[in-house]
Design a protein around this ligand. Structure first.
Ligand code: KIV
Length: 272
């Protein structure tokens, strides 16, 4: 654990609020399976996001749209079984909450009951306010997500930086304030100008977690497979790679293949 990290036994939404008050940055990463979630939790992460990016990195889809509620519940329940300390937030997938607050509540209840996750995350602001309010009324904590919202990729047309123009920036700030008023406990800000992210963060009491939103936010999130270097074809400016796991796994598998072919594996000590 880092020297700047208090030894919280269990991260709750209240702990995240007090981290913001104390100026302690929040660390968040995605995870989608038991084995990696266990490592990430043991390494001291504050929040694990079971992101709908599972649609891309686990299932190989081009967008996050195809992943289903059942599939999200499968990933989330695997993660929850591994986690002892982190707060586990689960993405509501595309089609499970937009335009229908009853559907949003039912989807959230399924996630909480069937996966054991601790909170849900939804993309959008004003357009989904009824859904957010209804989920919150059932006592389910909600994390917001503004800026680049990948479930709307066919509306945006590209994955470029959002809210560069004043009108969109003003709407984003208003949406962030609305989500706070409704009762969200945190908001992800994805791929927006650092100056705007800082302004939004200082206008809110609840923490903001940035991805491609600069340092002026209250925490940072990355997709685990990207920061571990498992995904060679994704190199946005905001991504810091902490490992080159693609090369390492490629090398190890290549060596195994060679050892099997040559008869070097198994050796005398590797048999009964
Ligand atoms: O699904 C996801 O991984 C996300 C993060 C990029 C914030 O929403």
């Amino acid at each position: 654990m880092s020297v700047h990290q208090e030894d919280y036994k269990r991260i709750t939404t209240h702990v995240l609020m007090s981290m913001k008050e104390k100026g302690e940055k929040i660390s968040m990463l995605t995870a989608y399976d038991y084995t990696l979630a266990k490592i990430v939790d043991h390494a001291g992460i504050d929040v694990i996001l079971v992101g709908d990016s599972a649609s891309n990195v686990m299932a190989g889809h081009e967008t996050t749209l195809p992943i289903t509620l059942d599939q999200m519940i499968y990933h989330a329940s695997s993660v929850v079984r591994a986690v002892e300390r982190a707060l586990v937030v689960v993405d509501l997938p595309f089609g499970s909450y937009q335009g229908n607050s009853k559907n949003a509540l039912e989807s959230s209840i399924r996630i909480m009951k069937e996966s054991g996750g601790h909170a849900v995350k939804l993309e959008g602001g004003f357009e989904i306010k009824e859904s957010v309010a209804r989920i919150l009324s059932a006592g389910v904590p909600v994390m917001g997500h503004l800026g680049l919202t990948p479930q709307s990729i066919y509306k945006f047309g590209t994955y470029t930086v959002r809210a560069k123009e004043q009108e969109e920036a003003e709407k984003l700030l208003a949406d962030a304030k609305l989500l706070e008023e409704l009762g969200c406990f945190a908001i992800v800000l994805e791929k927006i100008p650092a100056k705007l992210a800082k302004k939004v963060s200082s206008s809110l009491r609840i923490p903001t977690i940035g991805i491609g939103a600069g340092p002026g936010v209250d925490g940072q999130v990355l997709v685990l497979h990207d920061m571990l270097g498992l995904n060679q074809n994704f190199s946005p400016r905001f991504l810091r790679r902490y490992l080159d796991l693609y090369d390492q796994v490629h090398g190890a598998v290549g060596q195994y293949v060679a050892d099997v072919k040559s008869g070097d594996f198994p050796n005398a000590k590797e048999q009964y």
